[in-house]
Design a protein around this ligand. Structure first.
Ligand code: PGA
Length: 255
């Protein structure tokens, strides 16, 4: 994926919501009816996997792409309760969120994330690798934390596969209810920092081509500023994507 002139990637992460299929269908029907231009946008909706069969498989349009919020690290059938890359891909997913902060809080380590990343790429899906610090400190240790996440999570990838990923910078302290988005200048600084690590690991050509998106309290008011001043290639949107009217507002402001 080339970042130069690339369409902005706008990802809706519905998380573990809504609580019924009926509601999920209602949310998606508002999105389907919305009028916005996809000339400069690629919009990816990531509903809970249990809704995939109804929402994703039945969708015949071209406006929305779909992603899974997580998959298991391999396709071994003896993995009770898990969901495989084959399953989500069969139902129409083309992206998978990997290593989301909320999953890391449940114990997903960099090693698990690295293996998932490789597995998702092997399945022909695009992984959205989430990295981000839990908190900031004045000595800049949070930068080392993000650097380590990146290096360890990308460690098992074949150099030829690295350009197939998307990186989402999502600091935990800016995510979820009661928080606010990171300052646009700091988003820009972090995206430069991430690019430098990618370039030092994989060389300039590959490092500069990996899209970097931002997530954490993005809404209709701050989305345009984050893209422009934060100079990122897209947004990963949680809460604001669950209200379809707010999400459509975001899409209209960016299209
Ligand atoms: P938020 O979450 O937009 O609700 O802060 C972002 C995410 O979880 O990806």
């Amino acid at each position: 994926m080339k970042t130069t002139n690339m369409k902005k990637l706008i990802v809706a992460n519905w998380k573990m919501a809504p609580q019924s299929l009926d509601e999920a269908k209602k949310v998606f029907s508002v999105l389907k009816r919305a009028k916005f231009s996809t000339k400069s946008l690629r919009v990816v909706v990531c509903p809970p996997s249990v809704y995939f069969a109804d929402i994703v498989k039945n969708y015949k349009g071209k406006t929305f792409l779909f992603g899974a919020q997580n998959v298991y690290v391999n396709n071994n059938e003896a993995s009770t309760g898990e969901i495989s890359t084959d399953m989500v891909s069969d139902l129409g997913a083309s992206f998978v969120i990997v290593g989301h902060a909320e999953r890391r809080m449940m114990g997903e380590t960099n090693e698990i994330v690295a293996n998932k990343l490789a597995h998702v790429i092997e399945a022909g899906l695009t992984p959205i690798l989430c990295v981000g610090e839990k908190e900031r400190d004045s000595q800049g240790l949070y930068l080392r934390f993000v650097e380590q996440q990146l290096i360890e999570c990308l460690s098992v990838l074949d150099k030829n596969d690295v350009h197939k990923i998307v990186i989402a910078y999502e600091p935990l302290w800016a995510m979820g209810a009661g928080h606010t988005a990171v300052d646009n200048r700091e988003i820009h600084q972090m995206s430069i920092f991430i690019k430098k690590i990618l370039v030092s690991q994989f060389g300039r050509k590959i490092g500069m081509e990996i899209p970097i998106i931002y997530g954490g309290s993005v809404d209709a008011d701050n989305c345009a500023g984050i893209l422009k001043e934060g100079e990122v290639n897209g947004l990963l949107i949680g809460r604001a994507s669950l209200n379809p009217y707010t999400f459509v507002d975001v899409l209209k402001k960016l299209s």
